[in-house]
Design a protein around this ligand. Sequence first.
Ligand code: KIV
Ligand code: ZN
Length: 390
Amino acid sequence: MSKDIVQIFDTTLRDGEQVPGCKLDTTQKLVIAERLELLGVDVIEAGFPVSSPGDFKSVQEIAKLVKNATVCGLTRAVKKDIEVAAEALKFAKRPRIHTGIGTSESHIKFKFNSNKDAIIERAIEAVSYAKSFVEDVEFYAEDAGRTDNEFLARVCEAVIKAGATVVNIPDTTGYCLPDEYGAKIKYLYENVNGIDRAIISCHCHNDLGLATANSIAGVINGARQIECTINGIGERAGNTALEEVVMILRQHPTLGLDTNINSKLLNDTSRMVSQKMGMLVQPNKAIVGANAFAHSSGIHQDGVIKNRETYEIIDPLDVGVDESSIILTARSGRAALAYRAKIVGYELTKTQLDVVYQEFLVYADRKKEIVDEDIHQIIETSTINIESIA
Ligand code: KIV
Ligand code: ZN
């Protein structure tokens, strides 16, 4: 079955880099941009050029470097921002300007002290102006998650008429439930005149831990671009994690959707971004966390040793992890101990295993995790004689 491709729009270098402590210099950004291109992302949001001379320079250098991916610069619906972004993107092979404005009641009232008609006018002006510099213009309706669907449809229709190639529907505050966000995308897909001339994009934040679920609900309902970051970094609780949406689509082929990402590079890319940004990845993080393929309870270990698929839905090799690991703790069983003992050089008979296992439990109760040296220590000092097979 041929699959529809969902474009991956990576905003690690823009929404991700906004995180306190994650600031990168141009050289570091270039290294990450190069890696993102190798990973296969379709769009790299390289920065917000008007925000600082450093960000302008980074976007400019990334625009020169990147060969295949679209390079995108963020702007507000402000002429100066758009001019500066166009200048920064001048050397890009595929430049995109990402402009937009808040559309929810609270943004219109408190941020802009404005009204709905005036917001639509500014949106049209911004897109038309951006269009005078580049062909590819993406429009974001900030806080679309809390914008009423009828007004959002009016905004989308107006900006597509003005030439927007992508309409971005951000759940800026991470408020939506997956059903609600999916229904919003469906509503736009079915009610916006001219929607066939644009791609609908999902940009979801993770304030309630729903960013990935919302993005998936979006593409199930007609969106064809997901905005995301490596390791899910981003404002507050972060953005949709790139590695999660990519693997969800890959592990669920019946959805009929896929991406251009080379998933074997996911683990390495995650480590590289974490290291460059000084942002640790939580060990239980889906796909790229240190424990994502580690099994520590006896029941699970026994299953995985018999057949990996009993407790693993992803082959670790598919995301660039060499193998699953069997972690020895006081919760491990005999099967795990025998398995790890064999790896480090001891083939235990049933009688030997019975004795060593009791000694192992006493040792493991004192220590959080049993490493290879501990196994040697336990076996060499065991009350039962064991020959090494090494
Ligand atoms: O979260 C958001 O609304 C954004 C926009 C600027 C796209 O990051
Ligand atoms: Zn955002």
